[in-house]
Design a binder for this molecule. Structure first.
Ligand code: GUN
Length: 280
């Protein structure tokens, strides 16, 4: 068997088009502000892509670039201004932040109703207790991909490899809310391959190039690879050894072109949802 490819570029393009169509009916432009501190090159690429995608769907989007020497108090001041600005519906502070700034303090300072990343502890708590709120973009994108792939979630054994606040934990909560039987596994799990082989749906977010091998995959599984790793030769690979996994899976996301495009589309979706909720 060779797996069906789950085309994240196509699913993301379709979602962006639906967002643009909705924005055109609103009578105002949802406002997104992306705050970048310092000059991490990867962050620069992400921030530019977010701004471009936001403008393409008709948002009022701007990037606020602050120097690497910005203090925590200065950044909190910028966040407070954005919280108070009625034209701003979504705020995203790009991570990582320089070492003098505590990310958790900044994340908690963003108004929960403008938390386009879904990282605020109030939104994390809402997700964990089954209440509506803003949900982290990457796991939300994975749920869209699973829906597009036709995966049947209720009762399915889902395994999430990775336990970060950005992906693993919210991913597990979303799968649980969709009635999967969810297991979270991580670097301290005993016999990771055996745990992964139990998965009908396997979501991998560990940040280790090609760590998940073909024999970790059950025949017929749906495999979602959140990893994007650049090898020394410049090649982009996921956290899953793609060719080996595709020989056993029923469906799989490629890297690039799988989860990556969904994250930005879901940031736009969150900002639109925040705008509609806040301005109603
Ligand atoms: N850095 C890497 N991924 C993300 C993300 O989803 N949101 C933010 N704010 N920073 C990131």
């Amino acid at each position: 068997m060779t797996a069906r490819i789950i085309d994240g570029k196509a699913v993301a393009a379709d979602l962006r088009q639906r967002i643009a169509a909705r924005v055109a009916t609103l009578g105002y432009r949802p406002g997104l502000r992306v705050v970048r501190v310092g000059d991490d090159p990867a962050s620069g690429v992400y921030v530019r892509n977010k701004d471009k995608a936001a403008k393409e769907v008709g948002f009022d989007s701007a990037t606020i670039a602050l120097p690497a020497t910005t203090t925590e108090a200065e950044l909190l001041g910028v966040v407070a201004q954005l919280n108070a600005d009625p034209a701003v519906d979504g705020i995203l502070v790009q991570l990582p932040l320089p070492p003098q700034i505590r990310a958790d303090i900044v994340i908690s300072a963003v108004a929960p109703e403008k938390d386009a990343d879904g990282f605020h502890p109030l939104n994390a708590g809402r997700l964990a207790s089954g209440q509506p709120g803003l949900v982290p973009c990457t796991p939300k994108g994975v749920m869209h991909l699973l829906a597009a792939s036709g995966a049947v979630l209720p009762g399915a054994r889902a395994v999430v490899l990775g336990r970060s606040n950005i992906v693993g934990r919210p991913m597990a909560q979303l799968l649980l809310a969709a009635d999967c039987t969810v297991t979270i596994v991580h670097s301290r799990t005993r016999d990771l391959p055996a745990e992964c082989r139990r998965a009908e749906i396997l979501v991998v977010a560990v940040g280790r190039p090609e760590m998940v091998r073909g024999d970790w995959i059950a025949e017929g599984a749906t495999v979602i690879d959140v990893g994007i790793n650049r090898l020394a030769d410049g090649k982009l690979v996921g956290d899953v050894a793609y060719a080996e996994a595709a020989a056993r899976a029923e469906a799989i996301t490629p890297v690039p072109g799988g989860v990556g495009p969904m994250t930005i589309a879901c940031l736009l979706e969150n900002t639109l949802d925040a705008a509609i909720a806040r301005r109603k």
